[in-house]
Design a protein around this ligand. Structure first.
Ligand SMILES: O=C(O)CCC(=O)C(=O)O
Ligand SMILES: [Fe+2]
Length: 225
């Protein structure tokens, strides 16, 4: 690939990321049930009770059925994620319904969304500070480029309350969010200009007491496959 071809694809990706940033920002800002968390430098929104208690219970059972030790990309982030993780069945009608609800809330093209992932953290388990978006220096960058490219928004749902620990922390913007059952958290990993936001750094802090269940859904610049 020539230098110019590479530059061109990077530019169109940035444009796509800027657009998807705009679309979702407008949609969420116009929704009275969505709360914009007031921090400088990061677009982050919360929705209380997005999932019902019954839905959370059903989802936790599903996570238990698919969760295995986390397969984070080894070698690049040896200490990243120590939770149990798994892709839920993307053809399960219950999952499809929840997925559609998240896509609708965000006003985002469903094709951009990755399959929902479930995570379960036991005491001592965590997901250390990381970015959901990819960095060109990572060895899987080229592979991910072919699978829809950069990640834009993250939607994450808490399925239960944790007795102690397990907050989601964004250390660069001094934000620490305790798990609240059924709540959905949505943030943009890009800046409004469509380039990666260093302030989107975040961590799932160690669970001290109890078990923590979350669902994560990531969206791409282009259709994911
Ligand atoms: O468990 C958390 O609070 C954070 C999870 C997370 O960052 C992720 O799944 O990408
Ligand atoms: Fe993350």
């Amino acid at each position: 690939m020539s230098f110019f071809a590479k530059r061109k694809s990077e530019t169109s990706e940035t444009l796509a990321l800027r657009k998807v940033g705009e679309t979702v920002r407008l949609r969420l800002s116009g929704d009275g049930g969505v709360y914009r968390i007031p921090v400088e430098g990061l677009e982050i929104f919360g929705v209380a009770d997005f999932f019902s208690t019954a839905e959370c219970d059903k989802l936790m059972a599903i996570v238990d059925s698919v969760a295995r030790p986390s397969p984070t990309y080894k070698g690049t982030d040896a200490t990243g994620r120590t939770s149990y993780t798994g892709d839920v069945d993307p053809f399960d009608p219950f999952i499809l319904m929840l997925q559609r609800r998240i896509d609708d809330l965000m006003g985002i093209d469903p094709a951009l969304g990755e399959t929902i992932q479930g995570q379960r953290y036991e005491p001592g388990q965590e997901f250390r500070a990381h970015y959901d978006h990819f960095l060109p220096s990572q060895h899987f960058w080229d592979t991910e480029q072919k699978r829809g490219g950069q990640r834009s928004w993250t939607a994450m749902a808490y399925l239960n309350a944790v007795e102690e620990g397990g907050t989601t922390d964004f250390p660069r913007v001094n934000l620490s969010i305790p798990p609240q059952p059924g709540a959905l958290l949505i943030w943009n990993n890009m800046k409004p200009d469509g380039t990666p936001n260093p302030d989107a750094l975040h961590a799932g802090t160690p669970v001290v007491r109890g078990t923590k269940y979350v669902l994560t859904k990531w969206y791409r610049a282009r259709p994911w496959h």
